[in-house]
Design a protein around this ligand. Structure first.
Ligand code: UTP
Length: 223
């Protein structure tokens, strides 16, 4: 059975408080998908709030990441509650997730170790289970040639891994607080394993098409 991995952005799950309607709508698409699904869930608002609090208290980035990871797991549990044939808990490492995917149709996990993001986790999950496609669901509908908030930003419908890495690196250096849709490590890992990455927003038609590897309104990255 085909395996696809999803990186579900924390700001889609929890833009301020849990978005119950969006979670239910996406879960319906995931439940109806014909293959197996590995899902990583981002941290969203609570992760940022708690990480900032720990940072202010301790000045320790490792501890800030650890508390953010707990929030990604909380979001995993939230998504699990909407799914069928799903592992009822979020495994904390890739090997366990891969083995659980033999038993269940869907496995949802949060973050793993400090210093990375759930985008990178998604790519490593794809590598270990042998998935050839990742679907990144975020609040941005596609990858743009510059910050989509800037005037004249153009949507890119398809691009190479090399360009994705270049853009992720460029955005990383541009200015503090500017956030590219995929982090550099995730971009490099998907390049090394030649894993297709589909960028879509939360619209169910786009998500369903991306899961099947069909065309959609977002961006496809492949070589
Ligand atoms: P993400 O940055 O992946 O979540 O993880 P997100 O909410 O989807 O991100 P946005 O919406 O793009 O901002 C949240 C935080 O959890 C920690 C990091 O601090 C990260 O910024 N984290 C996550 C880890 O330290 N390790 C992981 O494996 C995953």
């Amino acid at each position: 059975m085909e395996k696809v991995v999803i990186s579900l952005g924390g700001s889609v799950i929890n833009p301020g408080e849990p978005d119950v309607e969006t979670i239910k709508a996406l879960a319906k698409v995931f439940n109806e998908f014909g293959g197996k699904l590995g899902i990583t869930t981002g941290g969203g608002t609570y992760a940022r709030t708690y990480a900032n609090a720990v940072r202010q208290i301790s000045g320790n980035e490792f501890l800030a990441d650890e508390v953010a990871i707990l929030e990604t797991r909380q979001n995993a549990q939230l998504v699990i509650s909407a799914l069928k044939d799903v592992c009822p808990y979020a495994p904390d490492d890739f090997r366990k997730a891969a083995s659980l995917l033999n038993t269940y149709k869907i496995v949802v996990m949060g973050g793993t170790i400090p210093g990375i993001t759930t985008d990178a986790d998604a790519v490593m999950l794809a590598e270990v289970v042998g998935a050839k496609r990742i679907v990144n669901i975020s609040n941005v509908d596609a990858v743009y040639d510059r910050d989509p908030k800037e005037e004249g930003a153009k949507k890119i419908s398809s691009m190479s891994h090399a360009r994705l890495v270049e853009m992720a690196e460029g955005f990383d250096k541009r200015k503090a607080g500017t956030h590219f849709v995929f982090d550099v490590l995730a971009a490099k890992l998907s390049a090394r394993s030649n894993i297709e990455v589909h960028f879509v927003n939360k619209q169910v038609e786009n998500v369903a098409a991306a899961l099947r590897g069909e065309s959609h309104n977002g961006t496809v990255v492949k070589d």
